[in-house]
Design a protein around this ligand. Structure first.
Ligand SMILES: *[C@@H]1O[C@H](CO)[C@@H](O)[C@H](O)[C@H]1NC(C)=O
Ligand SMILES: *[C@@H]1O[C@H](CO)[C@@H](O)[C@H](O)[C@H]1NC(C)=O
Ligand SMILES: *[C@@H]1O[C@H](CO)[C@@H](O)[C@H](O)[C@H]1NC(C)=O
Ligand SMILES: *[C@@H]1O[C@H](CO)[C@@H](O)[C@H](O)[C@H]1NC(C)=O
Ligand SMILES: *[C@@H]1O[C@H](CO)[C@@H](O)[C@H](O)[C@H]1NC(C)=O
Ligand SMILES: *[C@@H]1O[C@H](CO)[C@@H](O)[C@H](O)[C@H]1NC(C)=O
Ligand SMILES: *[C@@H]1O[C@H](CO)[C@@H](O)[C@H](O)[C@H]1NC(C)=O
Ligand SMILES: *[C@@H]1O[C@H](CO)[C@@H](O)[C@H](O)[C@H]1NC(C)=O
Ligand SMILES: *[C@@H]1O[C@H](CO)[C@@H](O)[C@H](O)[C@H]1NC(C)=O
Ligand SMILES: *[C@@H]1O[C@H](CO)[C@@H](O)[C@H](O)[C@H]1NC(C)=O
Ligand SMILES: *[C@@H]1O[C@H](CO)[C@@H](O)[C@H](O)[C@H]1NC(C)=O
Ligand SMILES: *[C@@H]1O[C@H](CO)[C@@H](O)[C@H](O)[C@H]1NC(C)=O
Length: 456
């Protein structure tokens, strides 16, 4: 071989080793899954500055709700892999944003939506169920979830559509006139999880009330199992913004799995709900056009127009599918291959910038040029849940009678409604206009609303 050929050969080898780094995931190896997850987590936390001096713990620039989703993902990462590297940041951020034990922190509470608050409540619930280490001087994880439940059920709105949660909390927020699936599905799931964890039937009754109400609206069909994004109080919830987002399905599916498990699998209501929603979720969001085993956010990925909110949805759904597999063991066999196929697809995207940056589309075997905290979050989630086959029912979400010991406070969050009102009454007209704009930028289901406007 001539010298120049040697040189080229060495260069090609060096490129292979250093240049196009991919994440190799072998879903049949625990070590490989843990290693892949740790690389994705490292890449995600490169984007998180909240624990640095001068920054606000738990606050991600331009968004508040994503912090809850991020910590939820890290809590699950720790649970599945045992890597505690980021635990102190999780505890710091989750407590910093806790408000008066209700995730209504004064800095942000005047423009957040019910769904935004809900994600922090679900993160706290996750921490309780997975026995995540407590904060030494903060609120217990369970009480934080109870605080979100208490503040939200107080907003249950019987004045329009015979019930339901509005998307937004205050009249001046864009989207106040809408009732949407993620706000109702989120509270349904939180209530179901509180019921199972505490065995307090009041939470079950609320979960069932929310579910039953939702099935009387175009949001959720208990015959076709379609989940729409939104409906409107301006026409008595008669029209449908039918945009199809994976997390709306996942929120109801996950909640139904908890209801099934809490009721010990008795009756058919929850087993039918799990089966129907799971069928639709797997059919829709694991399209056969990509082989049927790789998750796709079908509304935004084909044209690659997903916003940061939407990029997170697949990661949320991955986590909820894993809980479903634990809580309704008959679903395990249909769920696992979908999580494995998606993890392999996701890993193949992680060749960005030569530093394992991951993309949005998991189904094209290549990096698509997108990158960010949100991309890393979804990939981290799908890698973590691939530990499912290496766990057993003792790794399932705990309850207070199976080892979960987070301290209960059934009245958490109920003493600060006066404070929320005080914050509200000091808001000027100028602030209101500003808040409306901010809401439009931050709220989770903006595209859903657009869809509704076009249809309505
Ligand atoms: C990878 O490179 C990109 C672009 O320079 C950067 O934004 C990102 O933080 C890097 N990620 C890691 C894990 O170093
Ligand atoms: C923030 O957390 C990361 C990961 O735990 C750590 O490496 C870093 O030193 C922390 N930064 C500060 C300022 O504490
Ligand atoms: C509220 O804003 C202040 C001023 O920027 C900041 O110091 C504080 O950490 C913020 N608190 C929360 C909960 O975001
Ligand atoms: C709304 O309806 C629920 C369920 O029927 C009931 O418990 C609650 O008291 C009602 N709330 C208001 C404000 O009327
Ligand atoms: C389906 O929802 C409708 C409307 O709420 C309700 O009347 C019916 O009983 C539900 N069917 C089942 C099987 O739960
Ligand atoms: C489920 O089973 C447990 C243990 O047998 C029992 O204590 C509980 O009451 C049952 N729950 C329901 C809702 O039937
Ligand atoms: C879900 O699909 C399975 C397999 O096709 C079918 O047996 C089951 O009846 C479906 N569930 C519902 C609720 O339609
Ligand atoms: C409830 O979940 C636990 C934990 O995964 C599981 O062992 C149990 O079989 C489930 N109960 C039912 C009725 O499927
Ligand atoms: C799939 O990836 C290839 C490169 O491997 C690229 O040329 C093609 O445009 C991608 N297709 C889509 C739909 O992203
Ligand atoms: C479940 O897994 C844990 C951790 O690997 C192990 O300690 C425990 O013995 C297992 N339990 C059963 C019933 O297999
Ligand atoms: C819960 O149990 C863990 C050990 O599993 C322990 O470290 C923790 O302090 C306990 N928490 C409470 C609130 O008792
Ligand atoms: C059950 O939860 C409800 C609603 O938060 C609360 O009012 C009640 O005190 C709880 N009961 C017990 C025994 O903790």
């Amino acid at each position: 071989m001539a010298g120049s050929q040697w040189l080229r050969c060495v260069l090609v080898l060096a490129m292979a080793v250093l240049g196009v780094q991919a994440i190799d995931i072998d879903v049949s190896s625990e070590d490989s899954i843990k290693n892949a997850a740790s690389i994705a987590a490292y890449g995600m936390m490169k984007h998180y500055k909240g624990n640095e001096s001068g920054e606000i713990p738990g606050k991600i620039p331009n968004t508040w709700w994503e912090g809850g989703a991020m910590f939820m993902t890290l809590i699950q990462y720790y649970h599945y892999t045992g890597d505690s590297t980021y635990n102190s940041e999780v505890i710091q951020g989750m407590q910093w944003q806790a408000g008066d034990c209700d995730y209504m922190p004064a800095n942000w509470s005047s423009y957040i939506g019910n769904d935004d608050q809900m994600f922090w409540g679900l993160a706290a619930m996750t921490a309780a169920e997975l026995n995540f280490p407590d904060s030494s001087d903060g609120y217990s994880w369970l009480s934080l979830a109870q605080g979100v439940f208490n503040t939200q059920v107080a907003r249950w709105d019987n004045t329009t559509c015979n019930g339901g949660m509005r998307w937004q909390i205050y009249t001046y927020e864009s989207g106040y006139t809408m009732k949407n699936s993620i706000s109702n599905g989120g509270l349904f799931q939180l209530s179901a999880r509180l019921a199972r964890y505490t065995s307090n039937n009041t939470y079950y009754e609320w979960a069932e009330r929310i579910w039953d109400w939702t099935t009387t609206t175009p949001l959720l069909s208990n015959s076709t199992w379609n989940v729409a994004d939104s409906t409107s109080t301006t026409n008595d919830c008669s029209t449908q913004g039918d945009d199809q987002w994976s997390y709306n399905y996942g929120a109801f599916l996950g909640g139904a799995a908890y209801m099934y498990n809490y009721t010990n699998g008795t009756g058919t209501k929850w087993s039918t709900a799990v089966s129907g929603l799971l069928n639709r979720t797997l059919d829709k969001f694991f399209p056969s056009s990509h082989g049927g085993y790789i998750m796709e956010e079908i509304l935004c990925e084909p044209l690659e127009v997903c916003n940061n909110n939407e990029i997170i949805f697949k990661g949320l759904v991955a986590a909820w599918l894993a809980y479903t597999a634990y809580l309704v063991p008959s679903t395990y066999d249909s769920i696992l291959p979908k999580l494995q196929g998606s993890a392999k697809g996701a890993a193949a995207t992680c060749t960005g910038y030569g530093n394992n940056t991951c993309g949005v589309r998991w189904w094209n075997n290549t990096w698509d040029g997108w990158s960010g905290l949100e991309e890393q979050m979804s990939v981290l989630s799908i890698f973590s849940v691939n530990m499912l086959p290496y766990t057993n029912s003792s790794a399932a979400p705990l309850t207070s009678s199976t080892g979960g010991n987070s301290t209960s406070d059934p009245s958490a969050g109920t003493d600060d409604s006066s404070k929320d009102k005080a914050t509200l009454s000091t808001i000027t007209t100028g602030d209101r206009a500003g808040a409306g704009v901010v809401t439009v930028v931050f709220a989770a289901a903006w595209i859903g609303m657009m869809g509704w406007l076009m249809i309505g």
